[in-house]
Ligand binder design. Sequence first.
Ligand code: GLU
Length: 310
Amino acid sequence: MDPSHPTPHSSPFYRGRFAPSPTGPLHFGSLVTALGSYLDARAHGGEWLLRMEDLDPPREQPGAADAILRSLDAFGLHWDGALLYQHSRLDAYQVTVRRLQAAGLAFPCACSRTEIADSSLLGVGGPVYPGTCRHGLPPGKPARAIRLRVANDEILSFDDVLQGQIRQHLAKEVGDFVICRAGGYFAYQLAVVLDDAFQGITHVVRGADLLLSTPRQLYLQRLLHLPTLIYMHLPVAVNTADEKLSKQTHAAPVNDARAPALLFQALEFLRQEPPPELRRSTVAELLQWGVSRWQPLRMEGLPTLKIAFE
Ligand code: GLU
């Protein structure tokens, strides 16, 4: 199957990206992801693009997208090219969902979350879909979501730069997964795959909370004949209660006025061991130091790291 849109750029050797969801302002965890992906791109002499993943209006916070842009600017994390908002890509997602359905690779599903939870085993990211609507909707039940059909013997594997080899038996550990959610919202897994290809991304650097989503994305890339990317999943910042920093765990927004101090802490978190004299540096100096000394393998095999402050 052809991708719904051709890539507008030809890919250089390295094109990375940061893809925040505007569910709240940047916090230390998302700053670390932004910085890690920026340093990896710049250390490779590559480009670094920005995509606003505004796919989930009910979870979004008014003003969050602009606050994220202001913070990136204050932290000196300047992106290349035009910022892509996912809300501008809805037609491309729709065309792909229709094509997948027409090819018999996706099907409508009438099950509610509770129905699925009641009749399934637990997989990597929640209950494994039991296949209820695979061969047609139950009589009289309307479609709620669209799911991608996963072949029974599909084992996906890839070599993550930091986390090593990851293997997933997609049918047993995930099952047929949602590409269009109830309410007509497109799913992250579909949009991220289409947009990484659309933007000509070659390298994905993001938090290890998305490590086990990657096989779903590889599967979609294969079905859609899109290029395979190189993945590096950074340790996720957790608080002292071992919870991922997020809006749900009340992570504090980064204070743009303290950008140099926070960048220093983010470099320490990424195990880059910035020397104490760098504490008095500007954001530009900190970033320059970070790019020239970038050694991501210092974080090898660490899925989470506690932050030293809260
Ligand atoms: N939008 C996702 C998030 O903020 C990140 C997606 C990705 O990097 O693939 O968690």
